[in-house]
Design a protein around this ligand. Structure first.
Ligand SMILES: [Zn+2]
Length: 683
């Protein structure tokens, strides 16, 4: 499952992902039918399971489910997200005689997003205040104040600033300064020289130019502005650390006093920034990438105030674009959706507005979603499965031959300390201070973004709030957080195809069971293993055991680096086994743990085959079918650079070719593709 990504501002504070389009009628189609947990019709029987298990499990599904024009990736996983979206749409469009303040707020937000005629009339007006402020910037001191102002409104620029638990004292949350300021999805887009990267930068520059023109600039001016933006961002990218390197917490561990970082990068005028940021006063912080600040320090000096103003102006236009008139929305889609991801059409307006409401007021909308869909029994049955999988992990660690008893004892401590959060937070967020009005979609998004930034800043120099969720309840996803040592399963994922009330144990353990095992394993992957039971970055391994782990992890990294993600006329792209190491380790570990838990549950009593498959076979098929997907080449290319997860095909085939239990269940023989000659096994 996706990531235990530490929150980044980009993710956390985006002020609305609403990308608009023309839509004749606001009425949307009815809720599609439920997604089956186990789909015999998805199977392609013309393929041998031991030759290509992903193709066997998903081949017919892939043939019958092409990517809808408004998506760049379509899988059974995304079909569930789509299903949830219809439920949210219903919640947001009902108009009962009386409603709670929460209902009024989310419905007003949604309606403001749907009101395209008001949005159209306003044109660029929603950005006016912000652009006027940038126009008034006269010095580098003004510049840093303006960046603080933009950050407060959740508009990213130049670097990032956010709270995180102290790496060495996770009970306390402190301020983090970090690299940032790019617009393309990764630094590699700016620094690589292959023809595709060169083409992407050229296309990006043309897009920036068109956006400046839409904002009212003359063609000549817009062309030179776009050049300036690309030059500034390229320099920021050159100062940025590679995503793969950043996986190791050691590379991000630099506690400094405010005086120290201010002296190391004086041109940032950080004292000014902090006092304007609205964050509480603090004397020490963690600088995740000090080199970035040192290098960009020179850039601040060497770039004129006029050029910095162009860059800030771009960051505002880009951030506001999805909430503005049709021309902005379309241009934004043509580059980010169509060119970068291969999506043919923009999503219908209502879907974008549901997403925007979830992004901006997700814990309010989430409460309504939970009231409607998730009963107490949902929480209970998930807790039971989590327990079963935790027991399996306890047993699995006990059986490891490469780990000493000393390290095992510490591993048990960590396992027993993991906190399970299921469904939704204990306490609902109070958004009552956010002003939401019917005729101001862009303003609503900015105010909701600013509310979230202020809420985050309040965490600085306070005890860590371990109960604060980072995903909203309708989300079809799950996560592990190393500094919290917790696993979290939003209500949105606890339904078919992951969990079906009427399904046999084999299918449910292959679905949500593997997800639970996956999240647990994250506590012990290449990153997670470096944090202790309390969530501190602390080495609890004997040197020999650490070495044995690294050797095993290295096997997995090499194995996945040999898998191809895309092969088209632009060339062949292989997976980055080091970037995806944690997720691949979790996929392999999760599959093993869930299988062990299933065996404990069904015991040795013979169970009759269902649909012609034994329980063991159903377990592996259920797991594989979660990942049935079709993806555009463009999206696949983007993900290789940015996504720590492998694509569906390799999440399945990579894990089963390392699994003796799978090979036994399907009678695979040595030499067949689904039997790795050099099976990699960490957990
Ligand atoms: Zn994961």
């Amino acid at each position: 499952m996706p990531t235990r990504a530490l929150l980044t501002l980009a993710l956390l504070l985006s002020s609305g992902i609403c990308i608009a389009q023309n839509e004749k009628s606001p009425s949307a189609p009815a809720l599609p039918k439920d997604i089956p947990s186990f789909d015999v019709d998805a199977i392609d029987k013309s393929v041998e399971p031991c030759m290509d298990f992903y193709q066997y499990s998903c081949g017919t599904w892939m043939k019958n489910n092409p990517i809808p024009p408004d998506k760049s990736l379509w899988g059974r996983f995304s079909a569930l997200s789509e299903h949830n979206m219809y439920i949210l749409r219903d919640i947001l469009t009902e108009a009962p005689a009386t409603q709670t303040p929460t209902e009024t707020m989310v419905r007003t937000f949604y309606a403001s997003c749907m009101d395209e005629s008001t949005i159209e009339k306003k044109g660029t007006y929603p950005m006016k205040d912000e652009l006027d402020r940038i126009a008034a910037v006269n010095s580098k001191a003004d510049l840093i104040k303006q960046i603080a102002h933009m950050h407060r409104n959740s508009t990213p620029a130049l670097f990032s600033f956010y709270p995180q638990p102290d790496l060495h004292d996770s009970a306390n949350t402190i301020a983090f300064l970090d690299q940032g300021g790019l617009t393309l999805p990764d630094r590699d887009y700016y620094v690589k020289d292959d023809p595709k990267s060169v083409e992407t930068r050229k296309t990006y520059q043309e897009h920036v130019e068109r956006m400046f023109k839409l904002a009212g600039d003359s063609p000549d001016l817009a062309a030179s502005e776009a050049k300036t933006v690309l030059a500034i961002e390229t320099a920021l990218a050159q100062a940025s650390m590679d995503r793969t390197l950043r996986r190791d917490p050691k590379t991000r561990d630099h506690k400094m006093t405010v005086a120290e970082i201010t002296a190391a990068a004086p041109n940032f005028q950080l004292a000014e920034y902090f006092s304007e940021s609205g964050a509480p006063k603090f004397s020490a912080l963690n600088v995740a990438n000090p080199d970035f600040f040192k290098k960009v320090n020179e850039q601040i000096n060497g770039t004129s105030v006029a050029d910095w103003k162009i860059y800030l102006r771009w960051k505002v236009i880009n951030d506001y674009a999805p909430t503005l008139s049709k021309a902005f929305v379309e241009e934004n889609f043509l580059f980010n959706g169509k060119y970068l991801s291969g999506q043919q059409e923009i999503e219908p307006r209502w879907k974008r507005c549901v997403r925007a409401t979830d992004t901006n007021l997700g814990m309010a909308l989430g409460k309504l979603y939970v009231d409607r869909t998730f009963g107490a029994e949902g929480k209970e049955r998930t807790e039971k499965m989590v327990k079963a999988i935790e027991n399996a992990m306890q047993k699995d660690v006990g059986q490891l031959t490469w780990m000493s008893d000393t390290t095992k004892k510490k591993a048990y401590e960590k396992l027993n300390a993991i906190v399970n959060n299921i469904g939704y937070p204990d306490k609902w967020r109070d958004y009552s201070s956010v002003v939401i009005t019917a005729d101001d979609y862009a303003g609503n998004s900015v105010r909701a973004g600013a509310f979230e930034v202020a809420r985050q800043y309040k965490k600085i120099d306070e005890p860590t709030d371990r109960k604060d969720w980072t995903m909203t309840p309708p989300t079809v996803n799950a996560y592990y957080r190393p500094p919290m040592n917790d696993i979290n399963f939003p209500a949105g994922i606890l339904q078919p195809p992951f969990y079906g009330k009427a399904m046999d144990d084999a299918v449910n353990f292959g679905g949500i069971g593997v997800v639970i095992g996956h999240e647990l394993t994250h506590g012990f992957d290449d990153q997670g293993r470096k944090y202790d039971a309390e969530g501190n970055f602390k080495d609890w391994w004997t040197p020999e055991d650490a070495k044995a782990f690294e050797e095993r992890a290295d096997c997995t990294a090499k194995e996945y680096s040999s898998f191809t993600s895309v092969k088209d006329d632009k060339g062949e792209v292989k997976l980055n086994g080091k970037l995806t190491l944690g997720e691949n380790t979790a996929d392999n570990g999760g599959l093993k743990l869930a299988y062990m838990a299933l065996m404990d549950t069904i015991g040795s009593t013979p169970v009759k085959p269902i649909d012609g498959y034994t329980p063991r076979q159903r377990f592996f098929l259920s797991f594989a079918q979660i990942w049935c997907q079709n993806v555009t080449d463009q999206e696949a290319r983007k993900r290789v650079l940015t996504d720590p997860h492998s694509p569906g095909r390799w999440r399945v085939n990579g894990a089963v070719q390392n699994s003796a239990a799978f090979q036994e269940a399907f009678g695979c023989k040595a030499g067949q593709p689904m039997v790795s000659a050099n099976a990699c096994r960490v957990w």
